[in-house]
Design a protein around this ligand. Structure first.
Ligand code: MN
Length: 256
């Protein structure tokens, strides 16, 4: 099922050049649903919020980052499903490639859907309530889908990420949490990640104790712990690279 969900993800990436996981390998299963927040210093800094569901990471680009204040409604632009293995990726994507910039693992942990609906039904209804058990984000949250404004040429599906009032919410300075700006997987700053400094990130999705390489860069090598699948073996990557090199580049967007 995950394979067809990832076609948009693959179409945007040249796996001959990128060390991001293609998602063709076997993703390690977990009894609990995982979530990841990746701080992405791309054409515009944003936080990629990803929830594991049905073998992929459902993904939203939160332009201003999550807020712990329930009165802050944070725009969350729906983006393509990502492979589970991507949830371990921390490194650099060269400028000019899709999503070019530095990627930091900012938070991760487990999530639990709230309410009677299945999470698939809740997403289809545009109202997904859930609890997070992350290292930085915890408690009850909701993603609410906004109506598309076609007249204003809105081609994206926009959601709002909102914190529910509970013991982990705050009344002021809801984005003070964003001042915690080191990787939860390596302790590194964006600059240290961009510089490929040690240590590499510890994996979470992959059941491995081994740290990934500290200098994971698009085009140099596959992350060892993120995706062990055949698509990341050098011969396969070369083959895929030649096959995909003519794929037209998608228009650059603020949330890449
Ligand atoms: Mn992004």
């Amino acid at each position: 099922m995950a394979d067809s969900k990832l076609s948009t993800y693959r179409a945007k990436r040249d796996f001959g050049k990128t060390s991001e996981p293609s998602g063709r390998g076997k993703a390690p299963k977990s009894r609990r649903l995982r979530f990841v927040v990746q701080k992405h210093d791309a054409s515009r800094l944003h936080y990629d919020f990803r929830l594991e569901l049905d073998g992929v990471l459902k993904s939203w680009a939160v332009t201003r980052g999550p807020s712990l204040n329930p009165s802050d409604e944070r725009l969350a632009v729906e983006v393509e499903d990502h492979p589970l293995g991507y949830g371990d990726f921390e490194g650099t994507i060269p400028q000019g490639e899709y999503g070019g910039g530095t990627v930091m693992l900012w938070d991760r942990g487990y999530w639990t859907p709230e309410g009677d609906k299945t999470p698939e039904e809740a997403l289809a209804d545009g109202d997904l309530k859930f609890t997070l058990e992350g290292e930085r984000l915890t408690g009850s949250w909701v993603l609410v889908r906004m109506k598309r404004n076609w007249r204003e040429g809105d081609k994206r599906t926009n959601w709002l990420l909102i914190k529910h009032r509970d013991e982990s919410s705050v009344d002021t300075e809801g984005d003070a949490i964003l001042a915690q700006d080191r990787s939860i997987a390596s302790g590194r700053s964006l600059e240290a990640i961009a510089g490929g400094e040690e240590p590499g990130p510890t994996p979470f999705i992959a059941k491995s104790k081994r740290k990934a390489k500290p200098d994971a860069v698009w085009g140099t090598h596959a992350p060892e712990t993120a995706d062990q699948g055949p698509a990341n073996r050098p011969a396969e990557r070369a083959k895929k690279g030649s096959g995909r090199s003519k794929t037209p580049r998608h228009a650059k967007a603020a949330v890449e």
